[in-house]
Write a protein that binds this ligand. Structure first.
Ligand code: NDP
Ligand code: GUE
Length: 290
């Protein structure tokens, strides 16, 4: 029997306070811009009936209103054609008073986000969805990163998690989260492994991680056997539960006492994502005045 426990205290890496700080700074910048005659404006294009997307859009609109950013939700309906969506994105790209454009997923009939997002002017692409933005990110050139991927890095920096030279593992490779998160970690000199559906022995890879980012969308994907003691775990997954709640991809109970830190769901990456979308919008508005 062991008398000395090797239990680690797992820090809760909350995003709520951080998001609040970001919104406070955005509010100040938005006020300055408005005084200077450039009221920041964000357009969110929606073409789905998906309930969780609707929730996300409402939370963007609410946060925008609170920070003094005009937010137009352009609902094209779940039967919108790709041509109609592309036309709207083109019109918004040409409208000088609009500084940020987001196209929400999912899209009708399997329309391709990357292809449609090519119609978003890169300087207004505040969710980094245009392939030009994704390419610039990969090339190490300035570009807006997808807000969720940016939120992962913002949280790691806020909690002063070192990245340079450290082993980072990203689970998931979508263009919205996993892939750009991996690019951002690489840019910060982490040694990055990306896992996906065809990865053999996920646990063998994820156990190597000093920083583990999980963005899959599967309840309980990551358990105790997937992490090494002392790892910092960023749980991006948001999975609705039967009782109307929301859980991540990480089995919180299993990794508590093992991980050094874990982002909660809700209250982790999500609120920071929304705040960064707004920050990107005021950045874009600011640049438009230069
Ligand atoms: N909090 C926030 O701000 C946000 C949260 N999310 C959430 O993050 C999650 C991921 O979103 P998103 O990237 O858009 O989802 P996608 O469905 O686009 O991508 C999921 C990724 O997970 C990979 N994957 C699927 N099954 C496994 C498995 N068993 N083992 C390893 N990898 C697997 C897929 O691999 P492959 O490529 O091989 O198919 C794919 O790359 C979702 O829960 C979503 O709701 C998303 C955006 C914002
Ligand atoms: N082009 C595109 N970019 C996206 O970033 C994108 C998208 N499409 N489609 C939908 C998903 C989903 N998503 C969320 C963002 C924040 C929360 C969030 O803040 N959630 C709260 C809780 C919500 C609750 O309690 O129900 C939290 O985590 O604390 C959730 C989900 C962004 N997405």
């Amino acid at each position: 029997m062991t008398l000395v426990s090797d239990e680690t205290t797992t820090a809760v890496l909350s995003g709520a306070e951080l998001a609040k700080d970001i919104r406070a700074r955005v509010t100040a910048t938005a006020a300055e811009l408005t005084d200077a005659g450039t009221p920041p404006r964000l357009a969110v294009v929606v073409a789905t009936d998906d309930e969780s997307t609707a929730w996300y859009v409402r939370s963007i609109a609410k946060a925008a209103a609170k920070t003094g950013i005009r937010c137009d939700v352009v609902d094209l309906g779940a039967d919108a054609t790709p041509e109609r969506i592309r036309g709207e994105l083109t019109a918004l790209s040409e409208e000088p008073s609009v500084h940020g454009i987001v196209l929400q997923t999912p899209l009708p009939g399997g329309a391709c986000l990357e292809e449609l997002a090519a119609a978003i002017a890169p300087e207004k692409d505040v969710d980094g969805a245009n392939p030009v933005s994704l390419g610039r990110l990969s090339a190490g050139l300035p570009a807006f990163a997808p807000a969720t991927a940016a939120a992962v890095l913002e949280l790691l920096d806020h909690y002063e998690i070192p990245l340079s030279g450290r082993r980072a593992v990203v689970v998931g490779r979508s263009n919205v989260v996993g892939r750009p998160a991996a690019q951002l970690l690489l840019r910060r000199d982490a040694t990055v492994t990306v896992c996906h559906r065809y990865t053999r022995d996920l646990a063998a890879h994820s156990r190597q991680a000093e920083v583990l980012v999980v963005a899959v969308g599967r309840i309980g994907l990551i358990g105790a056997e997937h992490i090494s003691p002392g790892a910092v775990v960023i749980d991006v997954g948001t999975n609705p539960t039967e009782d109307g709640g929301l859980v991540g991809d990480v089995d919180e109970r299993a990794v508590t006492g093992l991980a050094a830190g874990l982002t909660p769901v809700p209250g982790g990456v999500g609120p920071v994502t929304t705040a960064l979308l707004l920050r990107h919008t005021v950045e874009s508005a600011w640049r438009s005045t230069a």
